[in-house]
Design a protein around this ligand. Structure first.
Ligand code: GLA
Length: 412
């Protein structure tokens, strides 16, 4: 009898705690080690929005392989919003749109896997996705089983129609659901930075968006009324100070790229260089079927990709802003460094950089770049060419919105 009363009390207490919400600590541990370097791939949203189908996915996968993107490191093909029908089925399961995907999602996943690539899907923590398809709220464990059965590898999880729910709890619940379903799936938080996911996302997900949506422009703000989309430099500027929260398997995600989506060649270069410098996931967002040679050359620049994928996984920082000629710096493994000169102005700029006058301190990670102590050889990663050492002053010219990215390697 005593035992029953005790049990009853415990039960009531737990229930009470549960009903009051947020008083029960939710233990969470994501699938570890799925993104030790920033994930690379393609996502449908920036170009196609909800106009997606299996032909597009297959052609994109084929080109990912044939164009050399796969060998450059791009792996994930992610279908964003719009892959479902507007209603769940009578069992409450999500339904891949049979008109867009007549062969079924399972067959499409298998097709992408057969190319040696990985497959991702999108959903939302709210009651509906941003485009009005069924959201996951209340179906977390059921949807996680659905994804595991499809054998997908990546889930982007958005934040529309969440009606005041607690972000950390919502993402933790889905993370736990994925873990329970058993199939290792990269968990990509897309919460736009509203609730500072960098403060709590590390045990929950492998990457987290840090801003509202990107726009294919250098520095613009595109105001949609209740929200804005942003030029890529705006996103960088907005979140340059949260670098210490990013690292292997827990990345600040600066959003899918807009390379090849209408900016100038110089701006596309700057965009790609900055995503590499910031150790952001490199998720292309252009139409591969119409990709120019220039776009492909930017997206597959192996040296820039190596900067992005450097195993130290440190997000770069702005060292200097000299009248809109900016100098961004990223510590690399083995004591090496990447440096990007970025011309933010509308005019041509002269770059004159005397290495000996710049002892650069990374106070977040306690590192120092000091050419008076160590000599570095310099490679220009866009020209793919050796350009001397830090014993001589670096001089060049830089067109408006263009970049020079250098890798500085310690001379032994
Ligand atoms: C939000 C996300 C975008 C995209 C759309 C889909 O805006 O931030 O990246 O997924 O939803 O509706």
């Amino acid at each position: 009898m005593k035992k029953t009363i005790l049990l009853l009390t415990t039960f009531t207490f737990s229930l009470l705690a549960f009903c009051q919400g947020n008083t029960v600590k939710q233990e969470v541990s994501k699938f570890e080690g799925l993104a030790n370097t920033p994930p690379m791939g393609w996502n449908s949203w920036n170009t196609f929005e909800t106009n997606i189908d299996e032909k597009l996915v297959k052609e994109t996968a084929d080109i990912m392989v044939a164009s050399g993107m796969k060998s450059a490191g791009y792996t994930y093909i992610v279908l964003d919003d719009g892959w479902m029908t507007k209603e769940r089925d009578s069992n409450g399961d999500l339904v891949p749109d049979p008109v867009k995907f007549p062969s079924g999602m399972k067959a499409l996943v298998e097709y992408v896997h057969s190319k040696g690539l990985k497959f991702g899907l999108y959903n939302c923590a709210g009651t509906k996705t941003c485009a009005g398809y069924p959201g996951t709220r209340g179906y977390e464990y059921q949807d996680a089983r659905f994804y595991a059965n499809l054998n997908i590898d990546f889930l982007k999880y958005d934040w529309c129609n969440t009606e005041g729910i607690n972000a950390k709890e919502a993402y933790a619940t889905m993370s736990n659901a994925l873990k329970k379903a058993g199939k290792p799936i990269v968990f990509s938080l897309c919460e736009w930075g509203d609730n500072q996911p960098w403060n709590w996302g590390k045990p929950i997900g492998n990457l987290w968006r840090i801003s509202g949506d990107i726009n294919p422009c250098f520095d613009c703000e595109n105001n949609h009324g209740t929200w804005s989309s942003w030029g890529f430099m705006k996103i960088i500027e907005m979140r340059k100070d949260i670098r210490k929260f990013s690292g292997p398997d827990h990345w600040n995600d600066f959003d899918m790229m807009e390379v090849g989506n209408g900016m100038t060649f110089e701006e596309d270069k700057a965009h790609f260089a900055m995503w590499s410098m910031m150790a952001s996931p490199l998720i292309a967002g252009n139409d591969f079927r119409k990709m120019s040679k220039e776009t492909l050359s930017i997206l597959t620049n192996k040296e820039l990709i190596a900067v992005n994928q450097d195993k130290l996984g440190i997000q770069g920082f702005k060292y200097l802003d000299d009248d809109q000629l900016e100098v961004w710096v990223k510590p690399l493994s083995d004591g090496n460094w990447a440096i990007t000169f970025l011309n933010r102005s509308e005019a041509l700029k002269k770059v004159v950089f005397d290495w000996s006058k710049h002892i650069i301190k990374d106070t977040d990670f306690n590192l120092e770049f000091n050419t008076t102590a160590i000599v570095f050889k310099i490679n220009d990663l866009w020209k793919n060419k050796a350009v001397g050492t830090t014993n001589t002053i670096f001089k060049s010219e830089l067109a408006s919105h263009d970049v020079i990215t250098l890798k500085l390697t310690k001379v032994k």
